[in-house]
Design a protein around this ligand. Structure first.
Ligand code: FMN
Length: 376
């Protein structure tokens, strides 16, 4: 290895004592490749094994915790006990080369797809008409009832128990990207007048407590619990950096092992408000104040960009999404001193289709996600 990249391969200790072998994290990446019932396909297992090979911490695709929360076709399921043995195949594949395997637990809320949910409806904090993942037309989502809120919180706990039983090393609570936990925090999505609207952080905190208590009851002290959040949303009123500052203040009081920001550009700056123009990652790292590691992420496509992010001192761990989709050996090639051989451009002509699953390759081919392309 070129010694200048050595800082990327320094181990990291999480608050619960678990040692990660390096600073690289496989981002949670929806692959739309599970069977219709959420059980893994052989192609998905192989894809997860390859993408986890090299990183210290590896995250699954968003995995749904209730039938009402399903937000993608081909989404993995941890809804019922029969999923435990199925998801064990994913955990084993992810751990095969020394990564810690984390299941991202998820509920789509108003973004769940009526075409995918068991009852053909979707529900979240408040009724809304919106277009979500791949939908040609908007759908109507209804307000979730207080009883369903309690059931949903419990479902995050049940999903955690199943993840423990399936052999995962941890769970990540998906509080980002406009899904249900994010929706409860957001003044744009949450217009309730009951306790869930009066305290918009309550749902997130109850989910965290449910997961923490489940781990105390069913897991070992080294089971990892992470939380992912989106720091700002475009709507006004919407989540802004002041709301995120409050959220972080609450999260750092919880026995979590890391926080994970969802960004498409690690150097993006705050949109408006009193922190306008400052790099979000810098603010977040300052607010967390070393109480738990922060995973930073967003448009890291080269080893030098990775190094610069880590040396900025604003991230403790570094997430890679599209870089690992384009080249599953991104990390291994740096470690082996072969960084010149990294593929960081999508080539629609490649015979091996970047070793992606067929549905994921098709999404890239059709331009569903922004990515550097050879044919443009
Ligand atoms: C194909 C694809 C699927 C994604 N699926 C998820 C997901 O399931 N859960 C999630 O929290 N973020 C998801 N994201 C966001 C990524 O985790 C990540 O934040 C984003 O891609 C930015 O990182 P990158 O620039 O390294 O790709 C997805 C992104 C892509 C490109």
């Amino acid at each position: 290895m070129n010694t200048r990249y050595a800082p990327l391969f320094e181990g990291v200790q999480l608050p619960n004592g678990v040692e990660l072998k390096n600073k690289f994290v496989l981002a949670p990446l929806t692959h739309v490749s599970s069977n219709d019932d959420g059980t893994p396909t052989d192609a998905e297992i192989e894809y997860m094994r390859k993408r986890s090979n090299g990183v210290g911490l590896a995250l699954t695709a968003a995995t749904n915790v209730t039938d009402l929360g399903k937000a993608f076709p081909g989404q993995p399921s941890i809804v019922r006990d029969s999923d435990i043995e199925e998801q064990r195949k994913i955990a084993d594949a992810m751990k095969a080369n020394g990564a810690k395997a984390i299941m991202q637990i998820h509920h789509g809320g108003v973004q769940a797809l009526p075409s995918q949910t068991a009852t053909g409806e979707s529900a979240g904090p408040s009724a809304i008409t919106m277009q979500s993942f791949g939908e040609p037309e908007p759908h109507d989502a209804r307000e979730i009832t207080p009883e369903e809120i309690d059931e949903t919180i419990k479902a995050f706990g049940e999903a955690t128990r199943r993840a423990i039983e399936a052999g995962f090393d941890g769970v990540e609570i998906h509080g980002a990207n406009h899904y249900i936990i994010h929706q409860f925090v957001s003044p744009y999505f949450n217009k309730r007048t009951d306790k869930w609207g009066e305290d918009r952080y309550l749902f997130a905190m109850e989910v965290v407590d449910e997961v923490v208590n489940t781990v105390k009851e069913h897991g070992n002290p080294d089971f990892i619990i992470g939380y992912r959040f989106s720091p700002e949303e475009p709507q006004t009123p919407g989540i802004d950096m002041e709301i995120t500052e409050t959220l972080i203040g609450k999260l750092v009081e919880k026995p979590l092992d890391y926080l994970h920001v969802s960004l498409f550009d690690i150097h993006s700056t705050t949109r408006d408000g009193k922190y306008v123009g400052i790099e979000r990652i810098e603010l977040l790292h300052k607010w967390i104040g070393g109480r738990m590691p922060l995973i930073g992420i967003g448009s890291i496509f080269t080893p030098d960009q990775a190094l610069e992010a880590v040396e900025s001192g604003n991230v403790d761990l570094l997430g890679l999404g599209r870089a690992l989709l384009l080249d599953p050996d991104f990390v291994n090639k740096i470690e082996d001193g072969k960084e010149e051989e990294i593929t960081n451009v999508f080539d629609p002509e490649r015979a091996d289709k970047h070793e992606l699953t067929e549905p994921l390759w098709e999404q890239f081919y059709k331009g569903f996600y922004p990515v550097p392309r050879k044919d443009q």
